[in-house]
Design a protein around this ligand. Structure first.
Ligand SMILES: [Zn+2]
Length: 98
């Protein structure tokens, strides 16, 4: 009777988060964020929503709680601090509301 042979295969999985901006460099603004106390990328609300993968309500709630930083332009466009948004994503604190 042939002997059974057990082979263990160990795999390692890594995950890389890539945030792409749909409107290219034209949709990004580098500016000072007083909450981060540094220069950061500012992205549009739509790009922030796409990067976070959650609904508009969740982004608004995070802004209301000052968990992500925002700024309103003179034209009335809401920009989101990419550094604070990235921190929320990396901490896995995104909300999956739609
Ligand atoms: Zn910031």
């Amino acid at each position: 009777m042939p002997q059974k042979r057990l082979t263990a295969i160990r795999t390692e999985v890594t995950e890389q988060l890539i945030i792409r901006f749909s409107s290219g460099d034209g949709g990004r603004t580098v500016n000072y964020c007083p909450d981060c106390d540094s220069e950061t990328d500012w992205i549009s609300f739509a790009d922030a929503r796409a990067a976070n993968g959650c609904g508009s309500v969740s982004i608004c709630e995070l802004i209301d709680r000052d968990e992500i930083h925002s700024s309103l332009t003179a034209e009335g466009h809401l920009l989101v601090c990419a550094a604070s948004l990235g921190t929320k994503i990396l901490k896995g604190e995104q909300n999956n509301e739609t």
